[in-house]
Design a protein around this ligand. Structure first.
Ligand code: MG
Length: 178
């Protein structure tokens, strides 16, 4: 069992779509960034990469790589899911805190969890999201930025299902050689 932590912060800018958790959210500003600025997806990516011992998002998706310019960050999650899978881990659980003064995000979390879960190929029940404001102070509170913290739990994938193990152990012993 392995755990990882992720953190991301993006500035809010006029004339950008607000993309969080793979969803477009109606708001008059969006998160600035080389990709779509989806800080929820980025923090989850970093938490997964951390738990897998695979470094960080900047190593895997460099922001000067034209492949990722304006890319949907859901593609980062899909790629990270594949890396985790190749190492023999499955995603056990993800929890996140989304720090934003406005808009109120709670109403979007259900759909966001579904969208993230699809990209990660896990049930939405394995993802939890929480919202926090900045209480009117700091860069979050002044509405200049949004930040996200996430933790991820990875579990070693079971080598065989219980049924397969049972079949294996109940197999008749080999006939003794004559
Ligand atoms: Mg980011």
């Amino acid at each position: 069992m392995r755990i990882g932590i992720g953190y991301d912060l993006h500035r809010l800018a006029a004339g950008r779509k607000l993309i969080l958790g793979g969803m477009e959210i109606p708001f008059d500003k969006g998160l600035a960034g080389h990709s779509d600025g989806d800080a929820v997806a980025h923090a989850i990516c970093d938490a997964l990469l951390g738990a897998a011992g695979l470094g960080d998002i900047g190593q895997h998706f460099p922001n000067d790589d034209p492949r990722w310019k304006d890319a949907s960050s859901l593609r980062f999650l899909e790629h990270t899911r594949d890396l985790v899978d190749k190492l023999g881990y499955e995603i056990g659980y993800i929890d996140g805190v989304v720090m934003a003064e406005q808009p109120r995000l709670g109403r979007y979390f259900g759909a966001m969890r579904q969208t993230l879960a699809r990209a990660l190929a896990i049930p939405a029940e394995r993802i939890n999201l929480k919202a926090k404001t900045g209480e009117g102070i700091g860069e979050i509170g002044r509405g200049e930025a949004m930040a996200v913290q996430a933790v991820a739990l990875l579990e070693a994938r079971k080598q065989r299902s219980r049924k397969a193990r049972k079949q294996r152990t109940s197999r008749k012993p080999a006939q003794p050689r004559r």
